[in-house]
Design a protein around this ligand. Structure first.
Ligand SMILES: [Zn+2]
Length: 267
């Protein structure tokens, strides 16, 4: 009898320790990474504060996603702000050469412009995932709830008309999310896809080396990486083959956001 109790006690201890370990790991994972040391010192506290706020918000709202919780060596590369006529096609070339699938968060305003039709079609034909980044990239925190809803709905409608299907995912511009944005997204049954690795290519002074190091030195299973596919992002184009080569060598497989979340079991 005593032996049985000790055995059960031992089993409960093992279960408790393994659960504690798992939740610590998940909590650690749900933060945004990417070295800020190359940035202007005035920018660093602002980005750090943003990352801390998002870490708290994801605990509160299940429709806000930074990454997937998985031990599998999978990662989702995501490209924002396109399509454009210069950089997006170069990114597509690199992805095609390396047989990599990625996700493009596109702006409704650009999706409807005639000069972007071919490049948008190429994204779709190459089986990349194309998701909405809203209509024209306003900062939602400076807008009313009605304006936020209008940007989200018109961006989604423009994309849906082009690709013929609705997606439950979108990325708010600048990752600028607050309680009001969450409410609008909930109302439309949308999930906000943020990121767990910031390549920091949005910063004009980021070189290809800084961008690739930010991804390579921080990558973990289930990460969502933010990169940009718009004019002036030549350093991003130079960094991309380095990122892909290194992550492949580490054993990573590239998946779209939807695939990543299916692996995670979130959907
Ligand atoms: Zn953007």
């Amino acid at each position: 009898m005593v032996g049985l109790c000790i055995k059960r006690l031992f089993l409960y201890c093992v279960l408790f320790l393994s659960c504690s370990f798992t939740s610590c790991k998940a909590a650690n994972k749900k933060s945004i990474r990417g070295s800020l040391s190359s940035l202007d010192s005035s920018l660093q506290p602002r980005i750090t504060a943003y990352r801390e706020r998002m870490r708290d918000l994801v605990k509160q709202y299940p429709n806000l996603i930074l990454c997937a919780e998985t031990d599998k060596l999978v990662v989702a590369l995501t490209f924002d702000d396109g399509p454009d006529t210069i950089i997006t096609s170069q990114i597509l070339d690199i992805l095609e050469e390396n047989k990599v699938k990625a996700t493009f968060f596109v702006l409704g305003e650009r999706v409807v412009q005639p000069q972007h039709q071919r490049i948008l079609e190429r994204c779709i034909q190459n089986n990349h995932e194309v998701l909405s980044h809203g209509w024209n990239h306003p900062r939602y925190s400076t807008k009313t709830e009605v304006e936020i809803e209008h940007d989200i709905v018109t961006g989604e409608a423009a994309l849906q008309e082009k690709i013929g299907k609705h997606s439950p995912y979108m990325r708010p511009p600048y990752g600028d999310v607050d309680d009001r944005v969450i409410n609008v997204l909930r109302k439309h049954e949308l999930q906000a896809i943020l990121w767990s690795i910031d390549s920091l290519d949005s910063n004009a002074s980021s070189s290809a080396e800084i961008i690739s190091d930010n991804v390579i030195n921080n990558v973990m299973p289930g990460d969502i990486v933010i990169i940009h596919s718009r004019e002036t992002k030549e350093p991003t184009v130079a960094a991309l083959p380095i990122i892909i080569k290194n992550l492949c060598e580490q054993g990573y497989r590239f998946v779209t956001v939807s695939e990543l979340l299916r692996i995670d079991g979130t959907v």
